[in-house]
Design a protein around this ligand. Structure first.
Ligand code: FES
Ligand SMILES: [Fe+2]
Length: 425
């Protein structure tokens, strides 16, 4: 449970808010890199309650600007994109990727250079890595160093990127990705379904365990980027099924998958206080992701990689929930794809959940911990302490079945020992 003030602090990310300022001071994953084509349509990007435009110029460089034309504020999302610049449709002002006004045909030729030099345009630093365009929207004169992740160092062939736009506050989405116990309950309709076993038999077998033993003992290990969580389920034979997850501030959750299987990270970014985006990033450190697997990941979705849950529905149609299906035994009645179950429960908490009315249990300990860390980070930022960027590239989550008495904290997730299920096969 939070006080109303704490809830406000955590959930509000607009201009001049402590959380918004803290988040803008990190590199933010903003747009799928593949969405931007050289001389193609600019992308309209909304982050932390403000609109921007991202475009790829003729030479491949990416520009990231305020959405409004600096002249009379026409959206640059409908601008021409040509000759290494955006050209506003209204009066032809031409702005390059560095945010310089290079032509203003509405002014007399003899005044052009002086006029252009006097116009100020907000342009934001970008990085292209891991199939994403990252932007720095903070106020530092030079942005903090870009902190790599394992997936940002991989070739595009090894990474699959999808994004969903979810219609509620970002923290509801982020907390959904941190909630280990819901997997065996909310998603019970998907666990053990052979059609969904894209991670292979071992992955399916491990997930079945979370259905058989829904509750888990949760332990932590401190990390510079946040923390590592071990969710331990004691199995009848004395072995322990452990889901080792990394939580990296401010919004990264590394979801455990079996050793050798592709890895999964979610990134939950505010669009505004009542809308957020969830990046679903699957990456295989060892080999390319096959096309067939990419297609399977999109199964049951809208088909749009930049909004794969656009047909989720909402309160008007109860997220397309099928009560008939529920009578036949389906848990949620939201059967088209697993992530839709997550998004529906997140949206069903309302646009901004009031956490002062919560009554939490032992399974919520990870969420409580994350809220404390986020509150602390935002308050420190407000007090002028800049959070250091810590390395993320050695993070890898893991689901594994360990022998009785084994210490999950001692498991090297980058080079995991064989899972007990492996040994038995
Ligand atoms: S409004 Fe854009 S050039 Fe005039
Ligand atoms: Fe889920």
């Amino acid at each position: 449970m939070l006080t109303p003030d704490e809830n406000e602090l955590l959930t509000r990310t607009g201009a001049a808010t402590a959380m918004g300022d803290y988040l803008r001071d990190r590199w933010t994953p903003a747009v799928r890199a593949g969405l931007l084509e050289a001389d193609g349509a600019p992308a309209r990007v909304r982050l932390y309650g403000r609109n921007y435009v991202a475009f790829r110029a003729t030479d491949g460089r990416v520009g990231f600007l305020d959405e409004e034309c600096p002249h009379r504020r026409v959206s640059l999302a409908i601008a021409r994109n040509e000759d290494n610049a955006l050209r506003c449709l209204f009066h032809g002002w031409k702005i390059d990727v560095s945010g310089r006004l290079v032509e203003a045909p509405s002014e007399p030729p003899e005044r052009q250079d002086a006029f252009c030099a006097a116009i100020r345009i907000n342009r934001y630093p970008v990085r292209e890595a891991g199939g994403l365009i990252w932007v720095y929207l903070g106020t530092r004169a030079s942005p903090p160093p870009f902190a790599e992740f394992e997936f940002t160092r991989l070739p595009e062939s090894h990474v699959d990127i999808r994004r969903a736009v979810v219609h509620c506050n970002w923290l509801q989405g982020f907390e959904g990705t941190l909630d280990t116990v819901h997997a065996g309950i909310l998603h019970v309709g998907w666990i053990g379904d052979p059609a969904k076993r894209w991670q292979g038999a071992q992955g399916a077998e491990l997930h079945v365990l979370s259905r058989k033993v829904p509750s888990a003992a949760i332990e932590f290990a401190e990390r510079g980027y946040g923390f590592r969580e071990g969710a331990l389920r004691a199995l009848p034979d004395g072995s322990v099924y452990v889901r080792i997850r990394d939580v990296a501030l401010p919004y990264y959750s590394f979801i455990p998958t079996p050793g050798g299987a592709p890895c999964f990270v979610t990134i939950v970014v505010p669009i505004d206080d009542e809308t957020h985006m969830q990046w679903y990033i699957i990456y295989d450190p060892a080999k390319p992701i096959p096309d067939a697997a990419r297609e399977r990941l999109m199964a049951g979705s809208s088909g749009d990689r930049d909004d794969f849950a656009s047909d989720l529905g909402g309160w008007d149609n109860r997220w397309n929930q099928d009560r008939g299906l529920m009578k036949q035994g389906h848990w949620t009645g939201i059967a088209r794809s697993l992530p839709l179950e997550d998004f529906a429960v997140q949206e069903a908490m309302g646009p901004i959940a009031d956490r002062s009315g919560e009554q939490l249990g032992s399974s919520d300990v990870t969420i409580v911990r994350t809220r404390r860390l986020l509150l602390d980070a935002a308050r420190r930022h407000l007090a002028g302490e800049t959070a250091p960027e810590t390395g993320h590239d050695a993070i890898r989550a893991l689901a594994i079945r360990l022998a009785p008495g084994a210490d999950w904290r001692a498991v090297d997730t980058m080079n995991p020992p064989p899972s007990l299920a492996d040994a038995a096969e």
